[in-house]
Ligand binder design. Structure first.
Ligand code: ATP
Length: 213
């Protein structure tokens, strides 16, 4: 069977259980060989993160730990240019070859913003897209993505196994209304975000004094 690798890119400012639980469920549901979390160095779509790239990477590494079935891929942090997802997928393809099935995992909010991404129409030539529900976001899907869903979405994940890229699959994972924005807001106001993210990540935030006003 062709190798299958899932990719969850994000700012991870900080990483939380909404990311981690979704990642595990995608990996199991799609029977992936690996699921890599890919912290973004210079997010092109948003404000400067509250934690540095190194700190966000450290938090993702702490969250993933050893042996939990998730990996960390730091390729976007090693690049000088803005971290466009297309560049990341091209670099993965160059390394892994054309036979491996790649699954780019996006929350619903990120998926709805896809038309603003650099050369977004080319992404499906390099990977499948897996869309996660996001219970804390009520975003309307743009018309152009309705067309994409009509043309490219599949209901049966087995169909994704036959090709290395090109389909969209909407996955109903356990809905967790957790966001990094909410966690940063809690810390800034002196409230506890405990149980929304791993203890090791919270300890790191407290030790480094992150997200305080
Ligand atoms: P912020 O609140 O700072 O925007 P975030 O919580 O959305 O951050 P990101 O690092 O921006 O986290 O998200 C990375 C990816 O994970 C995106 O595709 C996003 O949609 C998805 N994601 C984040 N949180 C969840 C969640 N609770 N459930 C499902 N997907 C999520």
């Amino acid at each position: 069977m062709r190798k299958r690798i899932g990719l969850l890119g994000g700012t991870f400012d900080p990483v939380h259980f909404g990311h981690l639980r979704s990642a595990i469920e995608v990996r199991e549901r799609l029977q992936l060989d690996e699921l890599r979390l890919i912290p973004s160095a210079r997010p092109p779509h948003r404000e400067v993160p509250g934690a540095s790239a190194d700190q966000r990477l450290a938090m993702v590494q702490l969250a993933v730990g050893k042996g939990g079935g998730l990996q960390v891929d730091d390729r976007e942090l090693c690049r000088e240019k803005p971290s466009y997802t297309l560049d990341t997928l091209e670099s993965l393809r160059a390394e892994l070859g054309s036979e491996v099935a790649l699954f780019m995992v996006l929350g619903w909010d990120a998926f709805c913003g896809l038309p603003s991404w650099h050369r977004w129409q080319e992404l499906l030539g390099l990977a499948h897209i897996v869309v996660l529900q996001r219970p804390d976001y009520d975003v309307d899907v743009p018309e152009v993505l309705k067309d994409l869903l009509a043309a490219r979405s599949v209901d049966d994940p087995q169909r994704l196994a036959n090709v290395s890229a090109g389909h969209v699959f909407c996955l109903s994972q356990t809905p967790l209304a957790i966001s990094a924005t909410h966690i940063r807001g809690l810390v800034a106001s002196g409230a506890s975000p405990r149980f929304l993210l791993p203890d090791a990540v919270l300890d790191y935030i407290e030790t480094k004094g992150l997200y305080r006003p």
